[in-house]
Design a binder for this molecule. Sequence first.
Ligand SMILES: Cc1ncc(COP(=O)(O)O)c(C=O)c1O
Length: 415
Amino acid sequence: MAAPSPAAGGSAAENPLTLLTLDELRQRTSVKWRMHSSDVLPLWVAEMDVPLAPPVADALRRAIDLGDTGYAYGRAYAEALGDFAARRWGWHSFRVDHATVVPDVMMGIVEVLRLVTDPGDAVVVCSPVYPPFYAFVSHAGRQVIEAPLGPDLRMDPAALDEAFRRARACGRRPAFLLCNPHNPTGVVHRRDELEAVAELARRHGLRVISDEIHAPLVLPGTHFTPYLTVVGAENGFALTSASKAWNLAGLKAALAVAGPQAAADLDRMPEEVGHGPSHLGVIAHTAAFRADGQWLDLLLDGLDGNRTLLETLLAKHLPSVAYHRPEGTYLAWLDCTALGIPTEQPDGEPGVASEIAGPAQMFLDRARVALSSGHVFGTGGAGFVRLNFATSPAILTEAVTRMGRAVDELHPSTS
Ligand SMILES: Cc1ncc(COP(=O)(O)O)c(C=O)c1O
């Protein structure tokens, strides 16, 4: 496995994905490392096997040394995101006064839904999609309508048109919850696709809420387009944070950003929502966006290497599993339908992210590799698994080798 190394930091030029050993990672107490027993390689939930980026660790250390652990205040987080967004994505129209701090991206989505939809209204999602899109929307008393992705895993304008029409018919103030980059497929929506979304949403009277939490993780060869930079998107919202790209899910703080025609709606956000984010979270996310630069680029190079390594490993050990090379995120959406594993789904709605069935259950039982089960991502997910490749090449190699062995044992005659 990965060479022994200090448990934090690493030298400036190293791939952050190679700095921690499996023994070090197993000392972590987060859900990735504690949900399953210690013989399981966990490649499921969206946490990364990296030490904290040095600028983030320094900012947190400084806060702790100062006892700076009170309540969050000010606009530094929004300013840091604004500068990052201008540098990285050319989002020069970003308005700090149109951004507000929310506890995390999912709670921010719920709070924006409360501003622009009513109980019982419809929220359209492109399935298969991040399971909490179902759970949080339903829990907020809104109903989910699916617009399934096309066979190329990109948004399907005809399915969107139909879903938007149905959403309009069943409620007064419907919304579209966009995921860009898309989890679990890693597709990064192009500007022309986003313009088509904005035009359709205007035509049918839906408000668009764009979840852009994976945006800093767009991989070499692809460019990220923020939804709010698109013509027609002026009444939309974006939600983001440094949580995915700097592995800060445990340090709660995110930003809701309004387009110019949505700023008045965002102003109606109840003050108490701003009490949810943690001050240490705000410090960490601000430091991450401020630092930009070398650490993130080394991470993206490492993830780029892993997405190619995964392609090679799958071709060698699991040739019947289909892999669409992701353009962003560290998630690989693997089509395991050709393995012929029964995919009956447990009762209930999609959305329970930790529920396992079908191929994911087989890989957990026989390979001792934990993956996310496709069926919880909604229509189109059964028979797939989502693999998180934000780990060391050594762990990735071991996991896919074990998965291949499990399939060979399952179908000995074909191996
Ligand atoms: C698309 C997407 N949105 C939101 C989240 C969760 O973000 P938060 O913890 O800030 O609610 C995730 C986590 O993986 C995600 O993939």
